[in-house]
Design a protein around this ligand. Structure first.
Ligand SMILES: *[C@@H]1O[C@H](CO)[C@@H](O)[C@H](O)[C@H]1NC(C)=O
Ligand SMILES: *[C@@H]1O[C@H](CO)[C@@H](O)[C@H](O)[C@H]1NC(C)=O
Ligand SMILES: *[C@@H]1O[C@H](CO)[C@@H](O)[C@H](O)[C@H]1NC(C)=O
Length: 909
């Protein structure tokens, strides 16, 4: 892996939307005629400009004509290598017979010797713990509904008096009861029925043979904390590199302007992109429906900027309180200055909130203010301004001065609103697409804001509940409910109490459809039909776990296995890559399991099992070519491959890319080994638990690892990108390897008797099933992705800011679709729903499609035919059991033997 082929960027262009065009600065000066009124009784005059504003023309570009930058994917730590190790098949094939021709059905003893499954927990009904003993949800329902008889905010450009001449708290709706939410800001397992899913995995230090290193190639410059840092979260752009890339809190995106852009501001930009501004890639004529290859949200649009007159090139930004759902960005006038603006950035926050300390507020807009109206006080001590921008959008500003005095904001120019000198207090901004009704909800919650979030959850029977809750701060904090934006997959699974607090405010997110504003400090989501009975054996949605394969299938497994069992296990697993090594260990563990438990033959796998344990032990001893180290800078366990400075090594593992992918394979292999040989656990459990804690820790107070590095409990899936600065935020390519991680901890929890971990894995599978269906694996009726993109069937790589139907290693259809299939495992039928698989197969891989599976080469052919088992197990079975099978069709992370069992279990034989 010495060279990384440059990714063929020429096929994939995206557009630099941040080009500075200084001469396009809006002309200000004597044209400025508007002033803000500080009383709502006098009409405020509107400030007009044309739209689109000149400074945004470079962003409203036609994609094909203005390619400005190429996506430099090689910087992302992703090599262009295939997602499985490449082994020379000839090394282990000699005299492969047409074993299937000798059809002597020897009836085997089919006693189920599977010791690895446990009886399904007793179902105790579907009562959701969070509902019990809480205020009547119906009450919340009514209070969150809005009257319809509201006059719209005056339309563009009209000069009018404030539509709320005498705003008052009584006119605004009754505040919604803020005590609806149980356990706000706390994680109290006693409020939960069933199994708490967030018990600690382990609390001790990492095993002594994992060297601690302080010399990580990327030193931490801007994150002000000694706690473990959540490397793969949505706000990494605040502390990485230039600190200028966007933080995708959804639906808003925030970015430090740092003297750049047309405004040359030093404040914090807030962006919310409308669908008509999306840039689309070229159409792919190979796919029915000719979907566009990608879509991208423009970056660099400055709808509002929270700044201060004093900020300049001596200003700095640090990041504090870095947590799973939130971080504080602090822009200081200069290093060490107490004059600063703190932005508590929380996923789903209803307003962008800026907490000023002793600065003169400057609210800027690169889209231009068309009209700003001082709209009185919706609540005592809070001063509201209605803002119209030249893109026809309506925003609300709420100022809550610490001294309670009217801050008397002035509109200086079409780009500037100015506040008083020495201002301390909060200023909040929200975009309001919902007219008077939306404004009332915002009025009702203004003054308070979330400062951090928390997830808790439990599983009872096959029903899982998880709750997102927030700690809040601000004025009249006890009596004022939060307003928070939920993603489509949240809303779908809300319990009835949470559903009752949904508002009619909807704002689109960058890559996940519409967000919906919800009142209150917590949401409870319910996932039913968790795959709690899924084990190591093939599993289907209708039949559950399938241990007892037909005699034909068992016979075929036992006939095929020896060829694969005699591979050089240490040779294939002792690699310089955690990814490839993990895949090979998983392959052999699954093979041994298949022979031992599904083929019911312990003997022929015995030697391979011994070798497998030896091969695994190399890693536990940390004697592999690139050993692991405990990185004390960011706090996690990384491959040392990248310590030579090339962070691309091993898919960026050293910079925290892909840990859930890499470690998921080790964890699944360990779960099998430990299930087949419980005595093995004593010496190995601590090491495997270390991998779990690194990639998916269950608690936020572990001094050694951050909470849930990869899985994002708000977005409902993992982010693979680690410490790489990026225009487009975090991303994830392989949804199936994300699922593999959830599955691996479920099974490791089961093997080690960690019921909390097992339940957490089940819960994560349930959430993934829903989120992948909503955002990544697109059926024809998908509503969350743009309609001209859906025919791609899979996202390819989903970033926070764009979605690109490709892979990091090439754009062949079997790669782009196949990376969402592998590894084909018991969890595959759970997340890859039949209807989706059928539509994808018809469009892409059927005989008459552009890329018939029968013509695909190499290991990808095996991947496609194993996937076919999800909808046509007989065809899949026939493929894998055909005489003169060509072993080059099996990728280095899979075995033909397991694929046979998989197809047979799903009904192929
Ligand atoms: C297995 O592979 C390793 C590493 O390539 C090699 O050193 C060893 O000799 C091989 N073992 C056998 C039995 O071929
Ligand atoms: C964003 O990140 C890229 C690296 O991906 C970097 O080149 C750029 O300067 C950063 N900032 C902005 C505003 O684009
Ligand atoms: C998203 O919101 C927009 C604007 O309210 C609406 O036009 C669109 O239909 C919504 N999409 C979905 C899928 O609900």
């Amino acid at each position: 892996m010495d060279s990384h082929t440059k990714w063929k960027a020429a096929t994939l262009l995206t557009w630099l939307l941040t080009t500075e065009i200084s001469h396009c600065l809006p002309h200000v000066g004597n044209e400025v005629e508007a002033t803000l009124r500080n009383t709502a009784t006098e009409p405020a005059r509107a400030f007009r400009t044309q739209y689109p504003p000149v400074n945004s023309e470079s962003r409203l570009i036609i994609p094909e004509s203005h390619p400005v930058y190429r996506v430099a994917l090689e910087q992302d730590g992703h090599s262009s290598e295939q997602p499985f190790p490449d082994f020379d098949i000839d090394d282990f094939i000699d005299g492969l017979g047409d074993f299937l021709d000798e059809e002597d059905d020897n009836e085997e003893d089919d006693t189920n010797t599977d010791t690895t499954t446990e009886p399904p927990p007793t179902a105790t009904g579907q009562s959701t713990s969070a509902d019990t003993g809480k205020p009547d949800p119906v009450q919340a329902t009514t209070s969150a509904k809005q009257p319809e008889d509201l006059t719209p905010i005056p339309t563009a450009g009209s000069v009018t008096s404030s539509p709320q001449a005498k705003p008052s708290t009584t006119e605004a709706q009754e505040p919604v009861d803020t005590n609806i939410s149980p356990g706000v800001g706390t994680h109290d397992p006693t409020t939960m029925n069933g199994q708490d899913i967030f018990q600690p995995v382990a609390t001790g230090p990492v095993p002594a043979n994992i060297q601690s290193r302080h010399d990580h190639p990327l030193q931490n410059q801007h994150a002000d904390t000694t706690d473990p840092i959540t490397t793969n979260k949505f706000y990494a752009g605040l502390f990485l590199g230039s600190q200028t890339n966007a933080t995708f809190s959804q639906p808003y995106s925030l970015a430090w302007s740092k003297g750049g852009g047309t405004l040359k501001s030093w404040g914090m930009t807030v962006t919310h992109t409308q669908p008509h501004l999306l840039a689309y890639g070229p159409k792919n004529n190979k796919i029915p429906g000719n979907p566009v290859q990608y879509y991208i949200n423009p970056v660099g649009l400055q709808h509002l900027v929270f700044s201060a007159a004093e900020l300049d090139q001596s200003s700095i930004m640090t990041v504090e309180q870095l947590k799973a759902f939130s971080a504080n960005a602090v822009i200081k006038r200069s290093g060490g200055s107490a004059q600063q603006i703190t932005f508590p950035i929380v996923q789903g926050m209803g307003y962008t909130t800026a907490v000023y300390n002793d600065l003169q507020p400057l609210i800027e807009s690169g889209i231009f203010f068309r009209k700003v109206v001082s709209a009185g006080s919706p609540r005592p001590g809070i001063f509201k301004y209605q803002v119209e921008l030249e893109d026809d959008t309506t925003w609300l500003l709420y100022a809550t001065p610490a001294d309670g005095k009217d801050p008397n904001f002035k509109l200086d120019s079409k780009t500037n609103i100015r506040g008083p000198k020495g201002f301390s207090g909060t200023i909040q901004a929200a975009k309001n697409p919902a007219g008077k009704s939306g404004e009332k909800f915002y009025d009702n919650s203004c003054g308070v804001y979330p400062v951090s979030g928390e997830v808790s959850g439990s599983v009872t029977g096959d029903v899982g509940n998880y709750m997102l809750s927030w700690t809040k701060a601000g004025k009249d904090v006890k009596g004022t409910p939060l307003i928070m934006f939920a993603l489509p997959h949240h809303v779908q699974s809300f319990d009835s109490a949470t559903k009752g607090r949904i508002t009619d405010i909807r704002l689109r997110t960058t890559t996940k459809g519409n967000a919906t504003a919800v009142i209150g400090e917590s949401w409870t989501m319910v996932e039913e039909n968790l795959p709690i009975d899924m084990g190591f054996a093939p599993w289907s949605t209708t039949q559950g776990s399938i241990h007892d394969l037909s005699a034909t299938a068992q016979h075929a497994i036992i006939q095929a296995a020896p060829t694969e069992l005699k591979q050089n296990i240490s040779g294939q697993t002792a690699l310089n890559s955690m990814y490839y090594s993990g895949k090979a260990l998983s392959k052999f563990a699954t093979l041994v399991y298949t022979v031992n438990q599904l083929g019911n033959n312990v003997d022929i796998a015995a030697d391979a099992f011994r070798q497998l344990k030896k091969a695994f032990n190399l890693f536990v001893q940390n004697k592999q070519e690139n050993p692991l180290a405990y990185d004390t800078v960011w706090k996690g366990v990384v491959s040392t491959a990248g310590y030579n400075g090339d962070l691309n090594q091993d898919f960026g593992n050293t910079a925290y890319n892909d840990h859930h992918f890499h470690y998921g394979y080790f964890i699944q292999a360990a779960a099998i080994i430990g299930a087949l040989d419980p005595s093995w656990l004593t010496a190995n459990k601590e090491w495997v638990n270390m991998l779990v804690r690194d990639a998916g820790n269950s608690v936020a107070n572990d001094a050694h690892f951050p909470f849930s590095r990869s899985f994002d409990w708000y977005n409902g899936h993992s982010w693979a990108k680690g410490l790489f600065e990026s225009f487009d935020g975090k991303d994830q390519e392989s949804t199936s390897e994300d699922t593999m991680f959830a599955y691996s901890i479920k099974m490791w929890g089961q093997t080690t008797g960690d019921a909390s971990m097992e339940a957490r894995g089940n819960m994560m599978l349930g959430i993934l099933g829903r989120s992948l269906n909503n955002y990544f694996l697109m059926e024809d009726d998908n509503v969350n992705q743009p309609s001209n993109f859906i025919a791609n069937k899979v996202t390819g790589i989903l970033f926070e800011n764009k979605v690109d139907h490709t892979t990091y290693f090439g754009a062949n259809l079997e790669y782009v679709q196949g990376i969402h299939m592998l590894p084909l495992m018991p969890h595959s039928p759970f997340t890859r729903r039949k209807e989706f698989v059928r539509q994808e197969w018809q469009a892409m891989f059927a005989e008459n499609a552009a890329t018939p599976a029968s013509k695909v080469k190499d290991g990808w052919k095996g991947v496609l035919y194993a996937n076919l088992a999800l909808i046509d197990p007989k065809a899949s079975w026939e493929f894998f059991t055909q005489p003169n099978f060509d072993y080059s069709w099996i990728d280095g992370g899979a075995s033909r033997t397991w694929y046979m069992a998989f197809a047979a279990g799903l009904g192929g034989a």
